[in-house]
Every structure is written in structure tokens, then in C-alpha cells.
Design a protein around this ligand. Structure first.
Ligand code: KG4
Ligand code: ZN
Length: 357
């Protein structure tokens, strides 16, 4: 039997994503972004995002189906982000997914956005090695996970105790007068700066922190340190070398992320590291992880940048893994959860077997 064709719907933030996956093959990845509507506010405005999802949902589904040369009747199962994310935004995707699932009479999986960021690498490099350590770095989350099975067995080894890595990029970019979202801007600007120009702090890497917060992150002190450095120059009327600040800040983040991810692999005795989330698109992070993993005999898997930032393909990739391993779908009454814990891969799973009807 050929693997199920799964349509994935993603609306947790500002991207309306619809992906179609069969097994580990990506058939379509349509994304509509409302980022330009938020840029002038310097961050995502939930109400604006929800309305944009409502407008973009049906056209994006049609575009994905057309790209895959399929019709709705070909869809065997639907997966949708049930959380974490912005409540109003999630509701739009979940309501659409339930409507399509009910009318097509196919199962629907309400899935975890964070697990989907890890599962998406199936589309690039095939089924995930088990076990693997996952470094998950997005705008709202930064975690190190132990993934024994992405369909049901995810353990948190550590997480940020304050800002997420992407959030730090966005806040520092704002401080430097760069447009939102700041991560890609800093990535670009840093290429023309010196990473060793300013020695910014590496959070939770001191010996005593490595005892209590071995696999945790902290980026809020770094952000404050960058702000103080920039403001003191501005007060003295000295020009701020923004490329050097960007490169030095980025280096501090990347140093900690890569060091801790490799440490977690060594502590767990695991030889595979999978990286996901928007910050995984960062060119410096990708290079540094490649170097450190190769030094320690760790096999590194990072999907291409377009699959790192939010999209529907990642949700479909996780849905396909769930469907192909015979996991139960969600009850049609499932709801959204803006704070869904990373360890819960699927919400409101039916107790017995697959979808009945
Ligand atoms: O995973 P994602 O698309 O959305 C969330 O689930 O949050 O991640 C978005 C975050 C933003 O903070 C953005 O600035 C950051 O990922 N980002 C980057 C890069 N591309 C996106 N950060 C650093 N370097 C990049 N190239
Ligand atoms: Zn995300």
C-alpha cells in the first residue's frame, strides 16, 4: 500500500502554510505570509495575523493542491498545528482542518508545532534516526530535546529560562534599527562585521550554571548587554559599528547554541543531532554546528532554510509520520493550546485505533 497523502495546515503565527506530503516526499509547500502587515508594528499583531489567515486559508489550500496536481479527494488525512502559538491564529487553522476532515471523512491530527519543526527534516534527509537529540530554535522557543520517536516519545533536556534565540535576534535587530523579523537581517549584516569585535556574554555557560542549567539557555542578559553597549556609544556621540555589533552578538548566540547541543549529544551518548526552527536558517549556526559536530563524530541534520522557518510542509511531514506509523488521530472535538508542551506530539488522540469512518 502506498503511504497516505497528508495535507498539513500551519497558522500558529504569521505564516499561513499548507503542505502536502506522502511518506517522506514533499508534494507541495504553499505559504502566504502576513509579515508585511506586521512590520510597521515591530512584531506580530495577533488580531491582524488571525484575519490574514482567514483570508489566505482557502486560496493557499487550492494553491498547494494545484502544485501537487491533486484534488481534495486525494487527501487521506489532515494534520494541523494545535499549538503552541497565537490563540486566534491557531483557531483559524484548526477550524479549517476540522471542516475539511469532516467533509472529506478523513482523520485529522492536531499536532505540536515544535515537534513539526523537528519532523520536517524527514523531507530532506529521510526518516529521523532514533534516538536523536534535537536543537529547536525558533522565535518563541529554544529547547534541546531527546527524540526517541518523533510520533510519541519526546523528552525535554533543557530550554530557555527567558528569551528564545529568535526573540533575541529580533530584539537586537530592533535596537540596531533593522526591520522585523531581525534574524535574517542580522545574519546578512554580520557577514560584513567582525565576530570578535565585542566580547558579549555567553549565558548559562559558567561552571556553576553547567551544573544546574546544563542544557538550558538564557539570552536576556546578552540582549541587555548589547543594549548597554550601543547606548553608551550613542551617549558619547560615537558612531555605532552595527555590523560588528551584529556579528559579535550573533557569535555569542551561536557559540552557546552549538556548544550546548553538542554537549547534550555527548551526555546522552547520541550520535545524531537534528536542528529545526527559524533560527536554524542562520548561516553562521549551520557552519558552526557542522564544524563542532564533525569534531565530535556527531551526524548533523539541518533542513534547507525554507523548511526551517514556519511552513505547512513541516506539519504535513509530522502528520505523515503519524499516519504511516498507525497512530490514532485526534477526536474531532480537539481544541487549540497556545502553551502546548513540547512533549505532547498530538492532542486529544482517540483511544482506540484509527479514524472509524
Ligand atoms: O520558526 P519560526 O519561523 O517561527 C516561530 O515558530 O517562532 O522562527 C522565526 C524566528 C524569528 O525570530 C526570526 O528572526 C528567526 O526565526 N530567524 C532567524 C533567521 N531566519 C529566521 N534568526 C537568525 N538567522 C536567520 N537567518
Ligand atoms: Zn515555528
Amino acid at each position: 500500500m502506498s503511504p497516505a497523502i497528508v495535507m498539513g495546515i500551519e497558522t500558529s503565527c504569521d505564516e499561513t502554510g499548507v503542505g502536502i506530503v506522502q511518506g517522506t516526499e514533499l508534494l507541495a509547500d504553499a505559504v502566504a505570509s502576513s509579515i508585511e502587515e506586521h512590520a510597521r508594528f515591530g512584531g506580530v499583531v495577533p488580531e491582524v495575523a488571525s484575519r490574514a489567515h482567514l483570508e489566505a486559508m482557502t486560496p493557499t489550500i487550492h494553491r498547494a493542491l494545484a502544485d501537487a496536481r491533486l484534488t481534495l479527494g486525494d487527501v487521506d488525512a489532515i494534520a494541523v498545528t494545535a499549538g503552541p502559538g497565537l490563540m486566534g491564529a491557531l483557531l483559524v487553522g484548526v477550524a479549517a482542518a476540522k471542516g475539511y476532515a469532516f467533509s472529506l471523512d478523513v482523520p485529522v491530527f492536531g499536532v505540536n508545532h515544535l515537534a513539526a519543526h523537528v519532523a520536517v527534516d524527514r523531507l530532506e534527509h529521510g526518516p529521523l534516526p532514533q534516538p536523536a537529540v534535537a536543537l529547536l530554535v525558533s522565535g518563541g522557543h529554544s529547547s534541546i530535546l531527546r527524540v526517541d520517536d518523533i510520533t510519541h516519545d519526546v523528552t525535554a533536556l533543557g530550554a530557555t529560562i527567558d528569551d528564545a534565540a529568535g526573540e533575541a535576534f529580533d530584539k537586537v535587530a530592533r535596537l540596531l534599527g533593522l526591520p522585523f523579523p531581525g534574524g535574517p537581517q542580522i545574519d546578512l549584516l554580520a557577514k560584513g562585521g567582525r565576530a570578535d569585535a565585542i566580547n558579549f556574554p555567553r549565558g548559562l555557560t559558567a561552571a556553576h550554571d553547567l551544573q544546574n542549567h546544563r542544557h538550558d539557555f538564557s539570552f536576556s542578559g546578552l540582549k541587555t548587554s548589547v543594549a548597554r553597549w550601543v547606548q553608551s556609544r550613542q551617549r558619547e556621540g560615537i558612531e555605532v559599528p552595527i555590523a560588528d555589533v551584529a556579528a559579535s552578538f550573533q557569535e555569542a548566540v551561536i557559540d552557546v547554541l552549538s556548544r550546548k547541543a553538542v554537549q547534550a549529544c555527548r551526555d546522552e551518548g547520541i550520535e545524531h543531532l537534528v536542528v529545526g526552527g527559524g533560527v536554524a536558517a542562520n548561516s553562521r549556526l549551520r557552519a558552526e554546528l557542522a564544524a563542532r559536530c564533525s569534531d565530535h563524530g556527531i551526524m548533523l541534520r539541518v533542513p534547507r532554510p525554507a523548511l526551517c522557518t514556519d511552513n505547512g510542509a513541516m506539519v504535513a511531514a509530522l502528520g505523515a509520520a503519524l499516519a504511516d506509523s498507525g497512530k490514532s488521530a485526534s477526536e474531532l472535538s480537539f481544541t487549540t493550546s497556545s502553551g502546548l508542551p513540547v512533549t505532547q506530539v498530538v492532542v486529544n488522540q482517540m483511544r482506540f485505533g484509527q479514524h472509524g469512518g
